[in-house]
Every structure is written in C-alpha cells, then in structure tokens.
Design a protein around this ligand. Sequence first.
Ligand code: PHE
Length: 382
Amino acid sequence: ATSESTTYADPARYVSDHPSNNVPPHIAALVGKGLHTRPNHPIGIIRAKIQDYFASLPHEFTIYDAEDPIVTTKQCFDDLRIPPDHPGRSPSDTYYITDTTLLRTHTSAHQSEHLRSGAEAFLCAGDVYRRDEIDASHYPAFHQLEGVRLFPKEEMAAADGLAGEAWESSPECAAIAADLKSTLEGLMDHLFGETEKRWNEDYFPFTTPSYELEIKYQGEWLEVLGCGVVHEEVLQMSDRGDRRGWAFGLGLERLAMILFQIPDIRLFWTDDDRFHSQFKSGEIVKFEPYSKYPPVYKDIAFWIPENFVENDFFEMARGIAGDIVERMELIDEFTNPKKGKTSKCYRITYRSMDRSLTNEEIDALQDELRVQVGEKLGVEVR
Ligand code: PHE
C-alpha cells in the first residue's frame, strides 16, 4: 500500500454540484486526515496493537490502509449482496459524491478488490462515513479495521461443491466459524486482558452464518465487532468461488474510547496539544481530561413535514456550529389530532472542548439554525 492520504485530503474531491452530492464542506474537510496511520494517535495506536496480534499468528496477513475513501455503489453494496432498497444505501444515511460513487460506509467495501487480486488473508483499515445521530459516541466519520482470511482448497476438499444450506451445516463451515471465533477471542484478550465475552447471532448480507461479539467492560456488555463466514456468492463475484473463509469488521473509535477512557468521540479530531501530548506509540494510557467547559443548552421545536429526515436536521446543526454541537436529543414529540401534524422538540447541547462559550454566540447560531430549518427542511418553527 502506498500513502495517498495527501491526495485524499482535497475537499474538492468530495463536494460538487452533482444533484446526488450530499457531502457538506464540514464533512469533506475530515477526509484524508489519516488518523489510523498516525503512530502517536490513539486510533493509530489501537490499530498497531491489533496488527501486532495478527502478526503473532502463524498465518500471514497482508496490510492495507491507503485505499481511496471514495468507492462505487458496486464496491460498497452490490458486491456484498446489499440489496438496492437497503436503508444503509439511502442518502439519508450515506454521503454520495454522484449517484454511483460515495464515501465508503464500511471497510467491507474493499473486500472484493482484495479478494479478486488474489489475497488469501488481509487486514484493511480506513476512515468510514455515515450520516447519523449526534452524541458523545457518534461522529459522522470514524475508523474501521476489516480482516479476511481464506482457506486453501485442500482443507475444504470434503466440502467442495457444497452450496447454501448444505454448506452451512457442513463440518468445514463449522471449522471456519470456530477459527474465526477463537481468532477474535484471542484478539480481545490481547487488547483487554482476559475479559468476559459473549457471541450473538447477527445478520449481514455478505456473511452467513453471522455473529457479533460483545465484551463485558465495567459491568456492561459492549458490542465490539461484527463478523461471519463469507457468503459463497461474495467469493464467486470476486472469482474466488474455489475458496471459503471468514471476515470481521470492527470500529477503532469504540475500542480506543474504552482502552484509553476517552469520553467524547470528537476528541479524536482535535488539534489540541493537551490531547495529543498524552499518547505515544505502543502505549495504552488512561486519558486525563484536561478540563470540561460548561455546556449551553438550547431547545428548538417545530412542526415537521411528512418527508422530514432527522439526519438532515442533525447535519445542518453541525454545518452551522461545527463540533461544538455535542449532542442532539429528541425531548418531546406529539401529534395534534385535529391538524394531523407532528411537533418535535430537540435539545441541543453546545460545548467546546477548548474554551468557554458565550450565551450570545450560541443564540446567534441557534437563530441561524431556526432560519435554515425553516427554509431548507420545510419545517414550521414554533
Ligand atoms: N461491515 C460490517 C459493519 O460495518 C461489519 C462486518 C465486516 C461484518 C465483515 C461481517 C464481516 O457493520
């Protein structure tokens, strides 16, 4: 893999006047920062620690981390059997550049190209983008690490030609699932020490069977990854129908927030030296919060039109106020039976991580938000 990250850090690649383009400038500005390739950044440190674990296994995994974050709908969805009407493909959830290109929503978007190139086992890390709610653990850009391992034909000889249910109930499929689970349990022990884990059945169109792994952390079960036995059609579409294998994908922020005790996902994107000076390659340390400035709360209530898209509203706030929007929460909702109209009230928490906010500046931002939601989202502000 070559480092193309400087090319990727060009906002002009992501914002255009194509009618399908829904990438706002504040999102385009995040692309190409390469947090996962920085040795002293918590995201880079976790990634390196995961790679160390895979390097300790007898089997060799090729490392990728410089793929273009712009992928096609084919790469991101079709090659993974994600159907055309899947909600994850909707522009309310995904950032489109054109109607056939988008900011990848998961690193699984690179499975097919690496499979097709002949890879037998690989890890692939990168930044991914999703339109989502806004709070301390959700940010529209985050990082994933994907792992795929195929098994040589000889080991699958008995299962040769098995398809669908016959394959899924074969001992070979069970053996792959068992290898997947023990590999990932070993990874969790490498990251967290011996921890309690549990497996739940899950569903992904590109793996079957599919599972999610949860670990117990401070008394709570936390979902840390999704995985499964790669669907035969995914392999066939990449001309690897002669192979079987497993795949997993995990979120690096989620793991880093737990391991470094980082309380707010926005911190990963800060330039503040009080953050960065705390982290060094190869070291897992507890983050010492340097100060928490007081929040400013503002409520906004409006009647919504029928086609109201909540993520458009969330994003509009970030577009106007940037990262000082810490959280947006629906606090009240009711329908007026006579008018048949629904009103929603949201509480916005504004907080800066590096200075005190004044009530006047927040009022100005909130006023701008009231104007823009009225004009662009067709809501009736109350
Ligand atoms: N791409 C999935 C997600 O983002 C995770 C996954 C990867 C699941 C590989 C199965 C196999 O949720």
